[in-house]
Design a protein around this ligand. Structure first.
Ligand code: NAP
Length: 303
């Protein structure tokens, strides 16, 4: 196994596979992308999704709604997208303005078009190990593990962070009977006692906290495989900003068995996974379910 686990090559492999699939089946998957307000970071992510989707031959309809959009208006708009046969997948860029309930929005997206897997139905299906959409970031972690042959079977795996978008769904994936999973999972959070010793006794550590360079070199061992989900903007002494992860990368690089970089790690795979979910949604919308059954393996057999 390589020591530095690049997400760039994983994303490239996924997109190559998707592109072949799209061509073979003459698909033009169609995504409705919704942004409310004008958060600058969200704007960057939205443009990146549009660019990457276009390269694969997917269509993206971006709807930019003003910050003042009422919750009811957004829910009505989402219902229109749910009913529009042309729309295969719906993605709502977060964060939403504070006056709009994430929960109501998540519940409104039709589970069949829920390519960001925010609807509780899809999260429930994940818990039950049934087919549905899997949230993009934890799915990206899983894909990276498959790609690099990191087999968590029977191993102690610790996830730091218990959010609904990363920590909890990732715990469900890693506990599942999928290939490379079947791990013994510990989920840690801000109230966890003696986190360093839990990290030290785990073979695989996933950090999804949102605190720059939180995981220290002294907590890990030469057998540690470190997967960093964190993306934190920090200012250097020169006043320029850059992005670093939740793991102290430079220090841990000298000791860990393997580590994902930031940027260029899990974050690079996330958009590719969103497009993978879009293609899956397009197949379901065209009643091409037989392709969906083997879809994960088509991608995962990348290496
Ligand atoms: N790579 C990607 O594509 C991608 C996608 C999404 C998010 N991210 C990044 O991943 C990170 C986590 O995102 P998120 O949405 O999951 O964040 P979140 O909703 O803020 O959750 C953070 C989690 O970390 C825990 N935590 C915070 N401080 C801690 C501490 N000192 N010790 C132990 N646990 C602590 C929190 O515990 P409590 O529950 O006890 O508060 C919470 O469970 C962020 O840096 C975010 O930017 C990356």
């Amino acid at each position: 196994m390589e020591q530095i686990l690049s997400g760039v090559s994983v994303a490239k492999e996924i997109k190559n596979k998707l592109s072949g699939f799209i061509r073979e089946l003459s698909l033009v998957p169609h995504m409705a992308l919704v942004q409310v307000g004008s958060d600058p970071a969200s704007g960057f992510y939205v443009q990146n999704i549009i660019k990457q989707a276009a390269k694969l031959g997917c269509e993206v309809d971006l709807t930019e709604l003003p910050e003042t959009t009422r919750e009811e208006e957004l829910l009505q708009f989402l219902n229109k997208l749910n009913d529009d046969a042309k729309v295969d997948g719906i993605m709502i860029q977060k964060p939403l303005p504070k006056h709009i309930s994430d929960h109501k929005v998540n519940q409104t997206v039709s589970p069949d078009k829920d390519i960001d897997a925010v609807n509780p139905v899809n999260l429930g299906l994940l818990m039950m190990e049934s087919s549905g959409f899997i949230p993009c970031t934890p799915y990206a972690v899983y894909l990276m593990m498959r790609y690099y042959g990191i087999d968590a079977t029977g191993k102690k795996l610790c996830i730091i962070g218990r959010s609904n978008v990363v920590g909890k769904p990732l715990a469900a994936i890693m506990l599942s009977k999928k290939p490379c999973c079947n791990a013994t999972v510990t989920v840690c959070h801000s109230k966890t006692k003696d986190l360093p010793s839990i990290v030290a006794e785990s073979e695989i550590i996933v950090a999804a906290i949102g605190v720059p360079a939180f995981v220290k070199e002294s907590w890990i061992t030469p057998d540690s495989v470190l997967i960093d989900v964190g993306i934190n903007e920090v200012s250097g002494t020169d006043g320029k900003s850059s992005f670093i992860g939740d793991i102290d990368y430079n220090a841990c690089l000298n000791k860990a068995k393997a580590i994902t970089p930031v940027p260029g790690g899990v974050g690079s795979v996330t958009t590719a996974v969103l497009l993978m979910n879009l293609v899956k949604a397009a197949l379901l919308n065209r009643k091409l379910n037989k392709f969906v059954d083997g879809f994960d393996d088509l991608i995962f057999n990348a290496k």
